[in-house]
Design a protein around this ligand. Sequence first.
Ligand code: DUC
Ligand code: ZN
Length: 459
Amino acid sequence: MRTLFKGGTVVSGGGVRRGDLLVENEKVAALGRNLKAEADRVIDVSGCYLFPGFVDAHTHFDLEVAGTVTADGFASGSRAALRGGTTTVIDFACPDKGESLHSGLERWRKKADGQTFCDYGFHMTIDDWNEAIRGELPDMFAQGISSFKMYMTYPAMMLGDRDLYWALKELRQLGGICGVHCENAGVIDGMIAERRAAGELVPASHALTRPPYLEAEAVGRLLRIAQAAECPVIIVHLTNGDALEEVRRARKRGQTVYVETCPQYLLLDESLYFNPDASAAARYICAPPLRNQAEQETLWKALRRGEIQTISTDHCSFTLEQKAVGLDDFTRIPGGLPGVETRGELVWSYGVSRRKITIAQMCRLLSENPAKLYGLYPRKGLLRPGSDADIVVYNPGDSHVIRAEDCLSAAGYSPYEGFLTEGCIQQVWLRGRLAVENGNVLTHSPQGKYMARGKTALS
Ligand code: DUC
Ligand code: ZN
């Protein structure tokens, strides 16, 4: 099957170029101006931008958090992803403390295989450090897991400084890359205890007990640990300028540091936690929490300057009923926001359209850089002969209002309710097949393939 996309503008991390694109079966076959190719079908994409399918390198589908399980499993989560132009997700396999990495991976493969509508891979969470886990790492690479995750907070998952150091040293030897959740666990625990003693358990206390400087402290400490281990690291979901300062310092010292942020830290602010209606405030609980508007501008500037490499979503969805268990005790509210469905249109509408970033930067942040960083490039992350024909057809002339009732996520609400988009995702193609058209997912069975990934290729 040969499909010719005529009259569009093809986007890459290097820029935009008017031209046609020929797809043969699952792959891009040719690119060029006025391509004269025989094709079984011709798609008129004049006026539209063709992006390489977006990669969301930070999703949590089918994850147990605070005694409940995320509303989205791999089926609903990946349908929502596809609808939002995300053709590949990298989710987090998360073994319990004491469980082997192999057993955790097997559990996550069972959750995802045969259920997932877009392509997918896994990062492996290291929530314990011992000889057995060290011994399992080489085989993780053999199974296509080249990236890992560690937590400096959450008692069920966190590692202390010594174990972070040893794990990073080992990953350096193996050529792995690790994302780290940076927040200072001890002081946060102390602040929570103080709020509890004062009977201040409303959702606003969530933001007050996780201030930006405690994230920055953990980022700074992690980067010194990474310096000792001589290992590159990724700061996931970075939210603020003080944390970014720590990254700048480490880079000045010569360290390799990658940074991810998320749409919620660019577009939503902490005033949402101070809504006197606790059920309205609870829907925004996530960690790290939302910050103020000045921090949003700091992040946009850092994106424009190339100091942040990826925008992923940290999609971790709960229904309002699930969030409601903690209305009188914020520590019981399961943390996380839905977002996998709206990232592309939001970044275009509030980033590109408002001239905060360019179209090419959007392509780097959503497609090219995550594909390179997580070992999927050049199969994913660009449109050139030989790449997978994962294509987002973006129509800049259209627009719509984000409404939860139109969304596919099982969360049942959207943090971006009422946001107006500029432009719309008109079509999404997954490996040469039309998967989404005008907001409708056309594939009725899960077609997603497991992506065994190689080592990082982002410099
Ligand atoms: N933060 C959240 O809010 N949810 C999932 C995991 C995380 O780090
Ligand atoms: Zn996360």
